[in-house]
Design a protein around this ligand. Structure first.
Ligand SMILES: Nc1ncnc2c1ncn2[C@@H]1O[C@H](COP(=O)(O)OP(=O)(O)OP(=O)(O)O)[C@@H](O)[C@H]1O
Ligand SMILES: [Mg+2]
Length: 267
């Protein structure tokens, strides 16, 4: 994918956003003065160490937490509440309603999110998206009978079936074994090739960020501030052993942990 031309309007703008949590005993700054723009069809990766505010930023984009300072706009309109135009996929395997079949889970989201006017339409869309993620055979299965990877596929199918303006993925593959994780990354990219949906993908895996992302925003350790933004359009798994991939990985690592800075300070 080419870099967005400058005259394309951003889909999402995070504008000088600071988010603080007030607890009974202290104030925690989760993210500080964060700005970035996401363009249509971006695979935008938020990468940073644990506790740097990635989930908090995503929840704020979802409309669940209001920024303490700054604002977030979707299509030019300030985000003030959750809506079906922003759909989450989380790390946890229990995102599906356990008393509903896989297909019913999708239909429920489609009807509740007002994406469909009739049950028939919801079923048709659900089945189409379950086919896309190779779960059609399991459409009548209950979630507890599925593997972790299959549950994540179902959650992704549900998210995409809603046709949100932006899909918000918070470490969706972090709890999977390494082989399934790699497979799911490739499947997500194949799905993206089909419809070019816009996604923000949170991870603390550098390699996952490089393989999946078209752009990568690197956040500092807590409190999260923008450290850098990189393009990763040119890099995919086929270049995983190429020097550019290794260089990018090293650069990101040193930016995340300021290794060169620390080495200099120590000498
Ligand atoms: N509900 C809350 N109340 C108070 N503090 C919170 C709350 N949620 C998160 N925090 C704090 O905000 C900071 C950022 O948390 P957040 O969960 O956004 O980080 P993260 O980057 O998603 O971390 P991880 O990679 O471990 O998921 C942390 O210091 C955390 O303790
Ligand atoms: Mg998190």
């Amino acid at each position: 994918m080419k870099q967005p031309a400058p005259d394309i309007a951003p889909l999402l703008e995070v504008d000088n956003v600071t988010i603080r949590y007030e607890t009974a005993t202290q104030e925690v700054i989760a993210a500080e003065d964060v700005s970035f723009s996401v363009y249509p069809s971006d695979r935008f990766v938020l990468l940073g160490p644990s506790g740097c505010g990635k989930s908090t930023l995503l929840k704020s984009i979802g409309g669940y937490i209001a920024p303490s300072e700054g604002e977030i706009r979707l299509g030019g309109k300030r985000i003030r509440e959750p809506g079906p135009d922003r759909v989450f996929v989380f790390q946890e395997f229990d995102q599906l309603l356990p008393w509903m079949t896989v297909s019913e889970n999708l239909c429920f989201a489609l009807s509740n999110g007002k994406r469909c006017s009739s049950q028939k339409e919801a079923r048709e869309i659900a089945e189409r998206y379950l086919q896309k993620v190779n779960l059609w055979k399991f459409r009548n299965a209950y979630p507890h009978t599925l593997s972790g990877g299959m549950k994540q596929r179902a959650a992704i199918a549900r998210g995409l079936a809603m046709q949100p303006s932006i899909l918000l993925m918070d470490e969706p593959f972090a709890a999977l074994d390494a082989l399934t994780r790699q497979q799911m990354q490739d499947e997500l990219l194949a799905l993206w090739e089909e419809t070019k949906f816009t996604v923000i993908f949170v991870t603390h895996s550098i390699d996952e960020g490089i393989v999946l992302g078209s752009r990568i925003l690197i956040l500092t350790p807590h409190p999260g501030r923008v450290r850098a933004e990189l393009n990763a359009h040119e890099l995919d798994r086929s270049q995983a052993v190429a020097p550019l991939f290794a260089n990018t990985r090293d650069r990101i690592y040193s930016m995340l942990f300021d290794t060169k800075l620390n080495a200099g300070a120590a000498s």
